[in-house]
Write a protein of this length. Structure first.
Length: 383
């Protein structure tokens, strides 16, 4: 298959409701989308990246520039016949996490168009040793007071979901109010993860621990900034409280994962496609975790369009052994999407494989253009 062009879009996705966490109050998400075409535009593949400065150091602007540079590398597979060419290309890219959202977008677009050309799902390009027929998603609740948490919690409970990720901030009284609201809505029937997005220090973590223990929190995700030496003191106290410590922003690359596992403080890792650089890099990290018997979660970035949500669905289905699955929030969070239908889940958080070739979603190009300012930011033609 001869690829004709690559178009790169700056994508702005408005939220239907504001969604806050400890680092940001969000009304929209600024992502990038990559469109790869062949057959004079008759066949297209799509990918998406979610650049977040506080995660990998990428911004939407830097990701756009990176995308142009990475596509222009000599190793880019303009004559695409086999998935091995995609892996060779990904392996040829510069190391480090600063290109991860861009790499994810390009890799996914190439997988999508190759799978579509064969009338296959992108899942068919990977080992299915841990494949599952459906995924059970949890749901997230934004940073807010008890009233906000109660309102979100009720919606989640009505869907028959009891796996909840709650965003908390620095104020312990607000945290107490939010946790009380969870208990009021769900009673004793919940599996609760807390995510503070690196906002706590040692004192705030220790002050929160009795509260988290009292409300039977299962997992605490990334309380400190990466490489904070206070994790040496906090990790044993968190374990003694019966809470599992999950790494997120501390682990974006295989090298970071190896270091964190050697240190031994985190017992679970959040794997996200855009954060970790796409399927190939994510699955390398997951294999490393499996080999050591370490639990992991397939996560997402809030504000993913249906493109990245569909990719996340494919990764989740390939990882039936993941402890948790987060994602497919399109129908609940986005006011507008670029796919014909939102990628979402049903009652109980249950979601099945998406129908159709490639990612299993169809792109509304009019909406893609409108949400990208009317045109692609970069167009690269076959050399």
């Amino acid at each position: 298959m001869r690829l004709d062009s690559v178009k790169i879009y700056s994508l702005s996705l408005p939220f239907s409701i504001p969604f806050s966490h400890a680092l940001k109050h969000r009304f929209s998400a600024n992502n990038i989308a990559v469109e790869v075409s062949a057959g004079k535009g008759e066949l297209r593949g799509y990918g998406e990246g979610a650049p977040r400065p506080y995660v990998t150091g990428e911004s939407q602007g830097s990701a756009l520039i990176d995308a142009g540079r990475l596509v222009n590398r000599p190793s880019f597979p303009w004559n695409l016949e086999e998935p091995g060419q995609i892996w060779d290309y990904i392996d040829s890219l510069p190391p480090g996490k600063i290109h991860h959202s861009t790499t994810c977008a390009i890799e996914t677009a190439l997988l999508d168009i190759l799978a579509r050309s064969r009338e296959k799902s992108i899942s068919d390009f990977f080992s299915k040793d841990f494949y599952t027929g459906n995924v059970v998603y949890g749901s997230a609740i934004p940073l807010g007071d008890g009233k906000v948490v109660k309102e979100f919690g009720r919606r989640i409970r009505e869907l028959g979901i009891n796996r909840v990720k709650l965003k908390l901030g620095r104020n312990i009284e607000e945290s107490r109010s939010a946790l009380k609201a969870i208990s009021m809505v769900f009673g004793n029937d919940y599996d609760l993860k807390i995510d503070v997005n690196m906002a706590w220090n040692r004192e705030q973590t220790m002050a929160h621990l009795p509260l988290l223990q009292a409300f039977r929190v299962s997992v605490l995700e990334q309380p400190l900034v990466p490489c904070d030496p206070d994790i040496n003191l906090l990790a044993p106290a968190i374990r003694e409280a019966g809470i599992q410590l999950m790494a997120d922003e501390s682990v974006c690359t295989l090298g970071e994962l190896e270091r964190v596992m050697e240190e031994g403080h985190y017992r679970m890792v959040n794997i996200r496609l855009s954060k970790c650089g796409g399927f190939r890099k994510c699955l390398e990290m997951i294999e490393y975790l499996r080999s050591g018997g370490t639990a992991f979660q397939i996560g997402c970035h809030l504000g993913e369009s249906g493109i990245l949500s569909a990719a996340g669905r494919a990764l989740s289905l390939l990882c039936g052994d993941a402890r948790y699955h987060d994602g497919s929030y399109d129908a609940f969070l986005l006011r507008e999407n670029v796919t014909d239908q939102p990628v979402s889940f049903g009652k109980g958080g249950i979601a099945e494989p998406l129908k159709g070739p490639g990612l299993g979603v169809e792109i509304d190009r009019d909406r893609l253009l409108r949400l990208s300012g009317g045109r692609p930011r970069i167009t690269i033609l076959r050399p």
